[in-house]
Write a protein that binds this ligand. Structure first.
Ligand SMILES: Cc1ncc(COP(=O)(O)O)c(C=O)c1O
Length: 457
């Protein structure tokens, strides 16, 4: 189904984008200068390809509380959140204290340190899964989950949702950001390699189903009896704006997967600790066999974790699956994670997220109403986004139908108006922290109103 997109004349949109890009560039001469230097030693002038922003890369000097400053000295309300990491905000005193104490006491031994137990206990309580291990990124966490599902079942194939991103390892770089013509028939999607360097022999092992479609999961498992180890999925899709599960969908998926003797892994790298204290697992009340975490769990330090049932993690305990890594459970990460989980991401933080989110959503919706924009707002916990379509979006193919220029234009208005949002257009969402205030939310809404007026006039 095609979604009805916002009916603003796109010629007008292009003019407004050009004006805003000119303002953007004029504001950041020092960033441009650093970028000219960076390209001589950093490939592409950045440290990850998703740090490239259009029309120029923004170099950051530091952050405190809800604010960050670029190298030109401009202050922003940070709703980028470092791609969903900074639920604690910047330089939170509890995290600073924990990290400082740890640094002064040695940061790496490749032997466990006590904070790891506190973090594992906290995660076990939140997610209802008894046993945990740590990794260093979301990519490593989902890679472990895929390996474990295969090892547990002795099966080679895995299933994933069309359009979902789970990190950049071979098994999951399949049908991620591919264009419509590469996705295949809707009833039986292809396994499209996403990105270079991934042989088809690998991607063929990953089978694709659309989100919010239980029948498709049933059909897939029916076509491959006894062959699919498990399904890895984001319970709420968060790399296609935000797409929420329809009522009963997650429960039904779990039932189909378990009936087929396979496992269900929730990739909560983005949703865990942001959509609620116990992630989407808690918010929707559906327990998977494996949960993958990263991002917000580490209080701003690179991290990853997987939790599992006794049965699944028995394969780690007994050593049939070696879950390993030099930096796993690194004491610096564990100190930051302990402070984040036990001192910052408390009930108060989630009450603050709810309050600020409601303030933003009602502000944005009032603007949408006033300006008559065919647009809607999707928000959950600390996260939210404006989706530039009149209709709700149910899956990746519908998401592809949205004109990305609206999100880019909105991003520019926010940036030039002192609010930093994630740069990757319609795919990303805003992120609140435990240190944001009402005035931060209000600045975001005011910028949205300026944007809405500019494109509607
Ligand atoms: C849902 C999801 N899973 C996994 C990852 C990979 O995490 P990382 O970038 O820490 O490897 C991401 C990153 O954005 C993600 O959004």
């Amino acid at each position: 189904m095609a979604v009805r997109t916002t009916s603003i004349p796109t010629a007008r949109l292009d003019v407004v984008i050009a004006e805003q890009e000119a303002i953007f560039l004029a504001r950041q001469p020092r960033s441009a200068e650093l970028q000219r230097r960076a390209v001589r030693s950093l490939a592409g002038g950045v440290t990850s390809s998703w740090q490239i922003t259009r029309p120029g890369v923004v170099w950051i000097r530091g952050g405190r509380g809800s604010r960050i400053w670029d190298v030109d000295g401009t202050e922003y309300v940070d709703l980028h959140g470092g791609y969903g990491v900074n639920a604690v905000g910047h330089a939170h005193p509890a995290v600073v204290r924990a990290v400082r104490e740890r640094v002064a006491n040695g940061t790496h031994f490749a032997q466990p340190a006590e904070d790891a137990v506190v973090v594992a206990e906290d995660l076990a309580r939140r997610f209802g899964l008894p046993l945990w291990r740590f990794a260093n990124s979301g990519t490593e966490a989902t890679m472990d989950a895929v390996h474990l599902m295969r090892e547990f079942t002795g099966r080679r194939l895995i299933a994933k949702i069309e359009g979902a991103y789970h990190g950049h390892h071979d098994s999951v770089m399949v049908s991620v950001y591919n264009p419509l013509e590469e996705l295949g028939p809707v009833g039986q999607p292809w396994s499209a390699p996403s990105g270079a360097g991934i042989p088809k022999e690998f991607t063929d092992l990953t089978r694709i189903v659309p989100y919010n479609d239980v029948d498709a999961v049933e059909r897939l498992f029916g076509r491959h009896p006894g062959e699919i180890a498990g399904l890895i999925m984001e319970p709420v899709m968060m790399n296609a704006g935000i797409i929420t599960p329809e009522p009963g969908y997650l429960e039904a998926v779990r039932e189909v997967v378990h009936t087929a003797g396979a496992l269900l892994a929730f990739d909560e790298v983005k949703t865990g600790l942001t959509v609620g204290p116990s992630g989407a697992t808690g918010a929707y009340g559906v327990s998977p066999d494996i949960v993958c975490l990263a991002k917000a769990m580490g209080g701003g330090v690179s991290c990853g974790a997987i939790g599992g049932t006794e049965d699944v993690m028995a394969h780690v305990v007994e050593g049939s699956y070696d879950q390993v890594g030099t930096f796993n459970g690194n004491p610096l990460v564990m100190a930051a994670a302990r402070a984040a989980l036990t001192e910052v991401l408390t009930d108060d933080a989630y009450r603050r997220f709810d309050h600020l989110r409601d303030r933003i959503v009602s502000g944005l919706e009032a603007v949408v109403e006033r300006q008559g924009l065919a647009t809607h707002v999707v928000a959950i916990g600390a996260k939210g986004c404006v989706t530039f379509s009149a209709d709700p979006v149910r899956n990746y193919r519908e998401f592809l139908g949205i004109d990305d220029r609206f999100s880019h234009c909105h991003w520019l208005f926010q940036h030039n108006g002192g609010v930093f949002l994630p740069p990757w257009g319609k795919a990303e969402q805003w992120m609140l922290s435990a240190q944001h205030e009402d005035e931060d939310a209000d600045r975001f809404v005011a910028n949205f109103e300026r944007f809405a007026r500019a494109i509607s006039s």
